[in-house]
Design a protein around this ligand. Structure first.
Ligand SMILES: *[C@@H]1O[C@H](CO)[C@@H](O)[C@H](O)[C@H]1NC(C)=O
Ligand SMILES: *[C@@H]1O[C@H](CO)[C@@H](O)[C@H](O)[C@H]1NC(C)=O
Ligand SMILES: *[C@@H]1O[C@H](CO)[C@@H](O)[C@H](O)[C@H]1NC(C)=O
Ligand SMILES: *[C@@H]1O[C@H](CO)[C@@H](O)[C@H](O)[C@H]1NC(C)=O
Ligand SMILES: *[C@@H]1O[C@H](CO)[C@@H](O)[C@H](O)[C@H]1NC(C)=O
Ligand SMILES: *[C@@H]1O[C@H](CO)[C@@H](O)[C@H](O)[C@H]1NC(C)=O
Ligand SMILES: *[C@@H]1O[C@H](CO)[C@@H](O)[C@H](O)[C@H]1NC(C)=O
Length: 269
Protein backbone atom coordinates (compact mmCIF):
# COMPACT_ATOMS: atom_id res chain seq x y z
CA UNK A 1 0.00 0.00 0.00
CA UNK A 2 2.71 2.45 1.02
CA UNK A 3 4.75 1.43 -2.00
CA UNK A 4 1.76 1.87 -4.29
CA UNK A 5 1.24 5.33 -2.91
CA UNK A 6 4.89 6.16 -3.41
CA UNK A 7 4.79 4.83 -6.94
CA UNK A 8 1.71 6.90 -7.70
CA UNK A 9 3.38 10.02 -6.33
CA UNK A 10 6.55 9.37 -8.33
CA UNK A 11 4.43 8.85 -11.41
CA UNK A 12 2.69 12.16 -10.83
CA UNK A 13 6.02 13.91 -10.42
CA UNK A 14 7.55 12.33 -13.48
CA UNK A 15 4.73 12.86 -15.94
CA UNK A 16 4.08 16.47 -14.91
CA UNK A 17 0.79 18.20 -14.64
CA UNK A 18 -0.09 18.73 -18.31
CA UNK A 19 0.32 15.06 -19.06
CA UNK A 20 -1.60 14.25 -15.90
CA UNK A 21 -4.48 16.46 -16.89
CA UNK A 22 -4.46 14.95 -20.34
CA UNK A 23 -4.60 11.47 -18.78
CA UNK A 24 -7.62 12.21 -16.62
CA UNK A 25 -9.19 14.58 -19.15
CA UNK A 26 -10.50 17.97 -18.13
CA UNK A 27 -11.52 17.19 -14.55
CA UNK A 28 -15.27 16.64 -14.35
CA UNK A 29 -17.30 18.72 -11.92
CA UNK A 30 -18.02 17.05 -8.59
CA UNK A 31 -21.34 15.41 -7.81
CA UNK A 32 -23.84 17.90 -6.44
CA UNK A 33 -22.07 20.73 -8.23
CA UNK A 34 -25.26 22.67 -8.85
CA UNK A 35 -24.58 24.60 -5.61
CA UNK A 36 -21.04 25.56 -6.64
CA UNK A 37 -20.31 28.98 -8.18
CA UNK A 38 -18.69 28.85 -11.59
CA UNK A 39 -17.61 32.50 -11.68
CA UNK A 40 -16.77 35.38 -9.36
CA UNK A 41 -16.13 39.02 -10.26
CA UNK A 42 -16.03 38.19 -13.97
CA UNK A 43 -13.41 35.43 -13.49
CA UNK A 44 -14.41 31.90 -14.61
CA UNK A 45 -13.83 29.24 -11.97
CA UNK A 46 -13.42 25.79 -13.56
CA UNK A 47 -13.12 22.59 -11.52
CA UNK A 48 -10.82 21.49 -9.75
CA UNK A 49 -11.07 25.11 -8.50
CA UNK A 50 -14.31 25.87 -6.76
CA UNK A 51 -16.31 28.25 -4.62
CA UNK A 52 -19.05 27.04 -2.36
CA UNK A 53 -19.78 24.15 0.00
CA UNK A 54 -17.32 21.32 0.62
CA UNK A 55 -16.96 19.22 -2.51
CA UNK A 56 -17.04 22.12 -4.95
CA UNK A 57 -13.24 22.08 -5.21
CA UNK A 58 -10.52 19.46 -4.90
CA UNK A 59 -8.65 19.88 -1.58
CA UNK A 60 -6.24 22.81 -1.93
CA UNK A 61 -8.16 24.43 -4.81
CA UNK A 62 -10.81 26.16 -2.72
CA UNK A 63 -11.43 29.83 -3.50
CA UNK A 64 -13.33 32.55 -1.68
CA UNK A 65 -15.50 35.12 -3.46
CA UNK A 66 -15.46 38.26 -1.37
CA UNK A 67 -15.99 42.01 -1.53
CA UNK A 68 -13.07 44.30 -2.28
CA UNK A 69 -12.80 48.06 -1.72
CA UNK A 70 -12.59 48.84 -5.42
CA UNK A 71 -14.58 46.81 -7.97
CA UNK A 72 -17.01 44.52 -6.09
CA UNK A 73 -16.58 40.82 -5.44
CA UNK A 74 -13.35 39.10 -6.49
CA UNK A 75 -12.03 35.52 -6.13
CA UNK A 76 -9.18 34.85 -3.69
CA UNK A 77 -7.06 31.73 -3.24
CA UNK A 78 -7.93 29.65 -0.21
CA UNK A 79 -10.04 30.74 2.75
CA UNK A 80 -9.28 34.34 3.68
CA UNK A 81 -6.16 34.37 1.52
CA UNK A 82 -4.73 37.62 0.17
CA UNK A 83 -3.96 36.48 -3.39
CA UNK A 84 -6.60 37.66 -5.81
CA UNK A 85 -7.10 35.30 -8.72
CA UNK A 86 -7.03 36.94 -12.16
CA UNK A 87 -7.69 33.80 -14.20
CA UNK A 88 -7.28 30.02 -14.57
CA UNK A 89 -6.01 28.09 -17.56
CA UNK A 90 -6.89 24.38 -17.55
CA UNK A 91 -4.99 23.52 -20.71
CA UNK A 92 -1.56 24.52 -19.38
CA UNK A 93 -2.19 24.03 -15.65
CA UNK A 94 -1.57 27.69 -14.84
CA UNK A 95 -3.31 30.46 -12.96
CA UNK A 96 -2.70 34.21 -12.91
CA UNK A 97 -2.72 35.96 -9.56
CA UNK A 98 -2.39 39.65 -8.71
CA UNK A 99 0.96 40.41 -7.08
CA UNK A 100 2.32 43.59 -5.44
CA UNK A 101 5.16 45.52 -7.06
CA UNK A 102 8.07 46.17 -4.67
CA UNK A 103 9.45 49.69 -4.62
CA UNK A 104 12.59 51.34 -3.28
CA UNK A 105 12.44 55.10 -3.19
CA UNK A 106 14.72 58.03 -2.67
CA UNK A 107 13.38 58.54 0.83
CA UNK A 108 13.54 54.89 1.90
CA UNK A 109 16.09 54.31 4.62
CA UNK A 110 15.47 50.71 5.58
CA UNK A 111 16.16 47.63 3.51
CA UNK A 112 13.20 46.38 1.54
CA UNK A 113 12.67 42.63 1.69
CA UNK A 114 9.32 41.63 0.30
CA UNK A 115 8.45 37.97 0.64
CA UNK A 116 5.69 36.36 -1.42
CA UNK A 117 4.75 32.81 -0.53
CA UNK A 118 2.16 30.48 -2.05
CA UNK A 119 0.81 27.36 -0.39
CA UNK A 120 0.55 24.02 -2.20
CA UNK A 121 -0.64 23.23 -4.88
CA UNK A 122 0.78 26.44 -6.36
CA UNK A 123 4.33 26.84 -7.67
CA UNK A 124 5.89 29.91 -9.24
CA UNK A 125 6.14 29.39 -12.97
CA UNK A 126 9.61 29.75 -14.40
CA UNK A 127 8.56 29.85 -18.04
CA UNK A 128 5.62 32.21 -17.53
CA UNK A 129 7.32 34.86 -15.41
CA UNK A 130 10.12 37.38 -15.56
CA UNK A 131 11.75 39.14 -12.63
CA UNK A 132 11.65 42.71 -13.89
CA UNK A 133 13.55 45.61 -12.31
CA UNK A 134 12.95 49.22 -13.32
CA UNK A 135 15.09 52.15 -12.23
CA UNK A 136 18.10 54.29 -13.00
CA UNK A 137 20.32 52.95 -10.22
CA UNK A 138 18.61 49.79 -9.07
CA UNK A 139 20.18 46.61 -7.80
CA UNK A 140 17.60 43.95 -6.94
CA UNK A 141 18.13 40.37 -5.88
CA UNK A 142 15.50 37.62 -6.01
CA UNK A 143 15.73 34.46 -3.94
CA UNK A 144 13.38 31.51 -4.09
CA UNK A 145 12.53 28.78 -1.63
CA UNK A 146 10.00 26.26 -0.36
CA UNK A 147 8.40 28.69 2.07
CA UNK A 148 8.70 32.21 3.44
CA UNK A 149 11.06 30.90 6.16
CA UNK A 150 13.33 29.05 3.77
CA UNK A 151 14.15 31.50 1.02
CA UNK A 152 17.88 31.86 0.50
CA UNK A 153 18.20 29.41 -2.36
CA UNK A 154 19.14 30.06 -5.95
CA UNK A 155 19.70 33.78 -5.61
CA UNK A 156 19.54 35.72 -8.83
CA UNK A 157 19.11 39.36 -9.72
CA UNK A 158 20.08 42.20 -11.98
CA UNK A 159 21.10 45.84 -12.24
CA UNK A 160 19.11 48.56 -13.98
CA UNK A 161 21.20 51.69 -14.50
CA UNK A 162 22.50 54.24 -16.95
CA UNK A 163 19.30 56.05 -17.88
CA UNK A 164 21.38 58.98 -19.09
CA UNK A 165 20.71 62.63 -18.41
CA UNK A 166 16.93 63.07 -18.27
CA UNK A 167 16.50 59.50 -19.41
CA UNK A 168 17.87 59.95 -22.92
CA UNK A 169 19.43 56.46 -23.05
CA UNK A 170 16.12 54.72 -22.46
CA UNK A 171 14.24 53.02 -25.26
CA UNK A 172 10.69 51.66 -25.33
CA UNK A 173 10.68 47.87 -25.46
CA UNK A 174 14.37 47.53 -24.54
CA UNK A 175 14.79 45.96 -21.10
CA UNK A 176 18.50 45.23 -21.24
CA UNK A 177 20.24 47.37 -18.67
CA UNK A 178 19.38 51.00 -19.37
CA UNK A 179 16.58 51.76 -16.94
CA UNK A 180 15.42 48.16 -16.91
CA UNK A 181 16.74 44.65 -16.46
CA UNK A 182 15.17 41.24 -16.13
CA UNK A 183 16.05 37.70 -15.18
CA UNK A 184 14.33 34.36 -14.60
CA UNK A 185 13.86 32.40 -11.40
CA UNK A 186 14.68 28.77 -10.70
CA UNK A 187 11.90 26.28 -11.35
CA UNK A 188 9.71 24.51 -8.84
CA UNK A 189 9.44 26.83 -5.82
CA UNK A 190 6.52 28.23 -3.84
CA UNK A 191 8.04 31.39 -2.43
CA UNK A 192 10.33 34.23 -3.38
CA UNK A 193 11.85 37.32 -1.83
CA UNK A 194 12.84 40.61 -3.41
CA UNK A 195 15.69 42.57 -1.89
CA UNK A 196 16.96 45.91 -3.14
CA UNK A 197 20.60 46.73 -2.53
CA UNK A 198 21.98 50.25 -2.12
CA UNK A 199 23.48 51.04 -5.51
CA UNK A 200 25.91 53.60 -4.06
CA UNK A 201 27.25 51.00 -1.67
CA UNK A 202 27.43 48.16 -4.18
CA UNK A 203 29.22 50.23 -6.83
CA UNK A 204 30.94 52.75 -4.55
CA UNK A 205 29.32 55.50 -6.52
CA UNK A 206 28.17 58.89 -5.33
CA UNK A 207 26.38 60.03 -8.47
CA UNK A 208 23.03 61.60 -7.84
CA UNK A 209 20.41 60.21 -10.17
CA UNK A 210 17.35 61.24 -8.29
CA UNK A 211 16.60 63.95 -10.81
CA UNK A 212 15.78 61.19 -13.23
CA UNK A 213 13.90 58.71 -11.05
CA UNK A 214 12.73 58.86 -7.49
CA UNK A 215 11.81 55.19 -7.07
CA UNK A 216 13.01 51.84 -8.38
CA UNK A 217 10.56 48.99 -8.85
CA UNK A 218 10.82 45.21 -9.00
CA UNK A 219 8.33 42.42 -9.47
CA UNK A 220 8.09 38.80 -10.42
CA UNK A 221 5.43 39.00 -13.10
CA UNK A 222 3.86 37.41 -16.14
CA UNK A 223 6.46 37.95 -18.87
CA UNK A 224 3.88 38.46 -21.62
CA UNK A 225 2.40 41.37 -19.62
CA UNK A 226 5.69 43.23 -19.38
CA UNK A 227 6.90 45.60 -22.03
CA UNK A 228 9.30 48.30 -20.86
CA UNK A 229 8.58 51.94 -21.61
CA UNK A 230 10.90 54.90 -21.09
CA UNK A 231 8.34 56.51 -18.82
CA UNK A 232 8.57 53.52 -16.43
CA UNK A 233 12.10 54.56 -15.39
CA UNK A 234 11.40 58.28 -15.17
CA UNK A 235 8.01 58.28 -13.44
CA UNK A 236 5.70 56.12 -11.37
CA UNK A 237 3.77 54.95 -14.44
CA UNK A 238 4.82 51.29 -14.11
CA UNK A 239 3.64 51.21 -10.51
CA UNK A 240 0.47 53.18 -11.15
CA UNK A 241 -0.72 51.29 -14.24
CA UNK A 242 -2.64 48.69 -12.17
CA UNK A 243 -2.67 50.23 -8.71
CA UNK A 244 0.75 48.82 -7.74
CA UNK A 245 -0.10 45.31 -8.92
CA UNK A 246 0.96 43.03 -11.75
CA UNK A 247 -0.11 39.46 -12.62
CA UNK A 248 2.21 36.60 -11.64
CA UNK A 249 1.83 33.11 -13.14
CA UNK A 250 1.61 30.09 -10.86
CA UNK A 251 1.45 26.45 -11.90
CA UNK A 252 -0.98 24.16 -10.18
CA UNK A 253 -1.28 20.42 -10.31
CA UNK A 254 -3.29 17.69 -8.71
CA UNK A 255 -0.26 16.34 -6.87
CA UNK A 256 -2.04 14.25 -4.26
CA UNK A 257 -2.13 10.59 -5.26
CA UNK A 258 -5.42 9.89 -3.48
CA UNK A 259 -7.00 12.94 -5.11
CA UNK A 260 -5.88 11.56 -8.43
CA UNK A 261 -7.55 8.24 -7.69
CA UNK A 262 -10.74 10.13 -6.86
CA UNK A 263 -10.50 12.17 -10.04
CA UNK A 264 -10.20 8.97 -12.05
CA UNK A 265 -13.21 7.44 -10.29
CA UNK A 266 -15.20 10.52 -11.27
CA UNK A 267 -14.26 10.12 -14.89
CA UNK A 268 -15.46 6.55 -14.92
CA UNK A 269 -18.79 7.45 -13.33
C1 LIG B 1 -28.05 22.71 -2.74
O1 LIG B 1 -28.29 23.46 -1.57
C2 LIG B 1 -29.62 23.29 -1.07
C3 LIG B 1 -29.81 24.27 0.09
O2 LIG B 1 -28.69 24.28 0.93
C4 LIG B 1 -29.84 21.84 -0.68
O3 LIG B 1 -31.16 21.64 -0.19
C5 LIG B 1 -29.60 20.96 -1.90
O4 LIG B 1 -29.70 19.60 -1.52
C6 LIG B 1 -28.24 21.23 -2.50
N1 LIG B 1 -28.11 20.51 -3.77
C7 LIG B 1 -27.10 19.69 -4.04
C8 LIG B 1 -27.15 19.04 -5.37
O5 LIG B 1 -26.16 19.50 -3.26
C1 LIG C 1 -0.44 43.89 -1.34
O1 LIG C 1 -0.32 44.98 -0.47
C2 LIG C 1 -1.51 45.28 0.23
C3 LIG C 1 -1.28 46.55 0.99
O2 LIG C 1 -0.13 46.48 1.75
C4 LIG C 1 -1.87 44.11 1.13
O3 LIG C 1 -3.03 44.37 1.83
C5 LIG C 1 -2.05 42.87 0.27
O4 LIG C 1 -2.30 41.76 1.08
C6 LIG C 1 -0.82 42.63 -0.58
N1 LIG C 1 -1.12 41.57 -1.52
C7 LIG C 1 -0.32 40.54 -1.70
C8 LIG C 1 -0.76 39.54 -2.71
O5 LIG C 1 0.72 40.40 -1.09
C1 LIG D 1 22.80 54.40 0.18
O1 LIG D 1 24.11 54.58 0.65
C2 LIG D 1 24.54 55.93 0.57
C3 LIG D 1 26.04 55.97 0.91
O2 LIG D 1 26.31 55.14 2.01
C4 LIG D 1 23.69 56.75 1.55
O3 LIG D 1 24.08 58.12 1.50
C5 LIG D 1 22.23 56.64 1.10
O4 LIG D 1 21.39 57.30 2.02
C6 LIG D 1 21.80 55.21 0.99
N1 LIG D 1 20.50 55.17 0.39
C7 LIG D 1 19.49 54.46 0.86
C8 LIG D 1 18.21 54.54 0.11
O5 LIG D 1 19.61 53.75 1.85
C1 LIG E 1 19.23 67.89 -11.77
O1 LIG E 1 18.44 69.02 -11.46
C2 LIG E 1 19.18 70.18 -11.32
C3 LIG E 1 18.25 71.31 -10.84
O2 LIG E 1 16.97 71.13 -11.36
C4 LIG E 1 19.87 70.53 -12.64
O3 LIG E 1 20.66 71.69 -12.49
C5 LIG E 1 20.74 69.37 -13.05
O4 LIG E 1 21.29 69.60 -14.33
C6 LIG E 1 19.95 68.09 -13.10
N1 LIG E 1 20.81 66.94 -13.35
C7 LIG E 1 20.54 66.05 -14.29
C8 LIG E 1 21.48 64.90 -14.39
O5 LIG E 1 19.58 66.14 -15.04
C1 LIG F 1 35.29 54.26 -3.24
O1 LIG F 1 35.55 55.43 -4.00
C2 LIG F 1 36.37 56.36 -3.35
C3 LIG F 1 36.53 57.61 -4.21
O2 LIG F 1 35.53 57.71 -5.16
C4 LIG F 1 37.74 55.75 -3.07
O3 LIG F 1 38.55 56.66 -2.33
C5 LIG F 1 37.54 54.48 -2.23
O4 LIG F 1 38.79 53.82 -2.04
C6 LIG F 1 36.57 53.55 -2.91
N1 LIG F 1 36.30 52.42 -2.02
C7 LIG F 1 36.39 51.15 -2.42
C8 LIG F 1 36.05 50.12 -1.39
O5 LIG F 1 36.75 50.86 -3.54
C1 LIG G 1 16.02 62.67 -3.34
O1 LIG G 1 16.59 62.83 -2.07
C2 LIG G 1 17.47 63.94 -1.97
C3 LIG G 1 18.14 63.90 -0.62
O2 LIG G 1 17.25 63.55 0.40
C4 LIG G 1 16.67 65.23 -2.21
O3 LIG G 1 17.51 66.33 -2.15
C5 LIG G 1 16.02 65.14 -3.60
O4 LIG G 1 15.19 66.26 -3.81
C6 LIG G 1 15.21 63.89 -3.75
N1 LIG G 1 14.78 63.78 -5.13
C7 LIG G 1 13.52 63.50 -5.48
C8 LIG G 1 13.25 63.44 -6.93
O5 LIG G 1 12.65 63.31 -4.64
C1 LIG H 1 -4.23 14.30 0.11
O1 LIG H 1 -5.50 13.68 0.13
C2 LIG H 1 -5.81 13.05 1.37
C3 LIG H 1 -7.15 12.34 1.23
O2 LIG H 1 -8.05 13.10 0.47
C4 LIG H 1 -5.84 14.11 2.47
O3 LIG H 1 -6.09 13.50 3.71
C5 LIG H 1 -4.50 14.85 2.51
O4 LIG H 1 -4.56 15.90 3.44
C6 LIG H 1 -4.17 15.41 1.14
N1 LIG H 1 -2.85 16.02 1.17
C7 LIG H 1 -2.61 17.21 0.62
C8 LIG H 1 -1.21 17.70 0.71
O5 LIG H 1 -3.49 17.88 0.08
Amino acid sequence: MQLQKLAAILLLISIGHSALLAAVGAPPPPPGSSNCSTACGGVDIPYPFGIGPAGCALPGFELTCRDTNNGGKKPFLGHGGHFELAGVSLSDGQARVWNNISSYCNDTSQTIMDVVSFADPYRLSQAGNTFAVVGCQAVAVVGVGDSADNIVRFLSGCVATNCGRRGDRLADGACSGAGCCQTTITKGFNAYQVEFQNYSTVFNSSKDIYNVSRCSYAALMESSSFSFRRSYATSSEFFDANGGRVPVVVEWAVRNASNCVEARKNRES
